[in-house]
Design a protein around this ligand. Structure first.
Ligand SMILES: Cc1ncc(COP(=O)(O)O)c(C=O)c1O
Length: 502
């Protein structure tokens, strides 16, 4: 007998949906996404284009998906794989037996942001006597440090980077260390521009002040050492540098593992100790968590383990060489176009460019590139740094490089003839006058509709307009506090439950 009270909404169907149809639905939904493979998406994804690797990782993921990292004594397989990944990351980053950092330890986290939050937590909790702890970062540091500071109620001190070198002045970093500073951080390389900070000097200044120094190598930690072995002039940034106390490296970036795996390394176990959370003061199991999550799927860890095992040192060296050549080809393509200039000479796996005086409108150019099947990442202007276009380059891009140059030239010509986006006068006036506090729900809905954001519930239109130049121009004109608030509001408009049955 069918229960009349049975419910149905969104993903919950009344009778259950046959497996084949469910998979067809997933594939159909995925059809709206940017292409994760094929070397035409320059952010979010890291594709080595190695045949069979996806299948291997997916199989390993399936083997361990239901294993729970909550208790390593119940599931020693995960502990073993985690320790093996930490050993591999340590070795890549200048640690382990026979190095100057033989006692390095670490943990596997869910991603770069979690690794950075935990580096900040460990630094904060190592100093319970400091009642108002602070961390110090260059302005190019990843936003996850600001998130860590916010979550952990730690003050964030920011040293601006030079508009020429895109790096902080180490003397300015040293001068900004205060008695309450619990952590100094720098990047190897920065995400936005791909430049490596002066780690040696910054770590020395931190050590002299008796403060921890974290190197955020989430992005480049798995490529810079290989690029160095290929003869590139990679500056010192790893555990060989005295004063570096912790390093983060994301395996779901250039170790080419599926999403959900980063490694946070500490120079020794004493430095790691305050990262743990333990709680026995309740009637259930004593909770001992090295990372933020308690229940953790073994899937991502097993997938990363399989990926690293399969590619091996030779594989990563080969992929780094392919990527380096792709970076050089893309940078040449940018140099060849009148009206564009590189923000920095590439020294890792990022190509970042901006427009010269009289050059094309970058946001229009990004749309023109999208129309030609190239998905780049626009970066808004910030504190004296111009708006720019970011390309994260992975090995999968290499076979596409020859096609990029002509399309870039073509897109620049189209952007020039389209001219820059002009915000309607009322929008310019609105952004000029608006403060985050003055944003009302009605204003947000009106703005979103005016910009074509959000889509209509039930309509086929995606949540974003086909061309984003207007949205990006509006955001670019807004101060950062307003950008944050507007985007929070726009994203929260997108996050609405689906009540109708799928
Ligand atoms: C340098 C750097 N640090 C931290 C992160 C945050 O990593 P995740 O997105 O995995 O949380 C990123 C992401 O791009 C990064 O490039």
């Amino acid at each position: 007998m069918i229960d009349e009270n049975r419910v149905e909404a969104g993903a919950l169907s009344a009778a259950g949906v046959p497996a084949e149809r469910v998979l067809a639905e997933v594939r159909q939904l995925r059809g709206a996404d940017r292409p994760t493979h094929g070397g035409r998406l320059f952010a979010y994804v890291y594709d080595p284009a190695v045949p069979g690797l996806d299948e291997l990782a997916a199989t390993a993921h399936r083997e361990s998906a239901h294993v729970n990292g909550l208790d390593p004594t119940a599931f020693p397989s995960l502990l073993a794989m985690e320790n093996a990944l930490v050993g591999a990351a340590g070795r890549v980053l200048g640690a382990g037996p026979g190095t100057t950092a033989p006692d390095v330890v670490g943990s596997v986290t869910s991603g770069g942001t979690e690794s950075l939050i935990l580096a900040v937590k460990a630094a904060r909790d190592a100093h319970p006597e400091i009642t108002e702890p602070r961390i110090l970062v260059p302005s190019s540091a990843h936003a996850a440090f600001a998130k860590a500071a916010h979550y952990l109620r730690v003050a964030l001190d920011v040293v601006p980077v030079s508009p020429d070198t895109l790096r902080p002045d180490p003397a300015a970093m040293a001068a900004a260390i205060r008695p309450e500073t619990v952590l100094v951080a720098c990047s190897a390389p920065s995400y936005a521009h791909g430049v490596v900070d002066p780690v040696t000097q910054i770590a020395a200044a931190a050590a002299e002040a008796g403060v921890r120094c974290h190197v955020d190598a989430c992005f480049g930690g798995w490529t810079l050492p290989y690029l160095r072995r290929l003869g590139e002039p990679v500056p010192a940034f790893d555990f060989a540098v005295p004063g570096v106390t912790s390093i983060s490296v994301d395996l779901h970036k250039y170790a080419y593992a599926p999403k959900g795996v980063s490694v946070l390394l500490h120079r020794d176990a004493t430095l790691r100790a305050p990262q743990y959370f333990a709680y026995a003061d309740w009637p259930g199991y004593t909770m001992i968590n090295p990372v933020i999550a308690s229940t953790r799927s073994g899937g991502p860890i097993a997938a990363a383990y399989a990926t690293v095992r399969h590619l091996g040192d030779d594989g990563y060296l080969r992929l780094a060489a392919v990527t380096r050549d792709a970076v050089a080809g893309l940078a040449d393509a940018v140099r060849a176009v009148d009206g564009l200039r590189l923000m920095a000479e590439p020294e890792s796996t990022v190509v970042c460019f901006t427009a010269t005086e009289g050059g094309p409108d970058l946001f229009v150019l990004v749309d023109e590139l999208t129309a030609r099947g190239w998905h780049t990442q626009p970066q808004l202007s910030y504190a004296g740094l111009p708006a720019s276009v970011h390309l994260t380059v992975t090995a999968a891009v290499a076979p596409r490089v020859a096609e990029f140059g002509p399309d870039l030239t073509d897109a620049v010509a189209a952007a020039r003839s389209a001219g820059p986006v002009r915000l309607p006068a009322e929008l310019t006036a609105l952004v000029g006058a608006l403060t985050p506090e003055a944003l009302t729900p009605d204003l947000v809905v009106g703005l979103a509709a005016g910009l074509g954001l959000g889509g209509e519930p039930g309509s086929d239109a995606g949540p974003l307009p086909e061309r984003m130049a207007l949205v990006n121009t509006l955001l670019d004109a807004a101060p950062s506090a307003l950008r944050e608030r507007l985007l929070v509001e726009f994203v929260s408009l997108l996050q609405r439950p689906t009540w109708a049955p799928s």
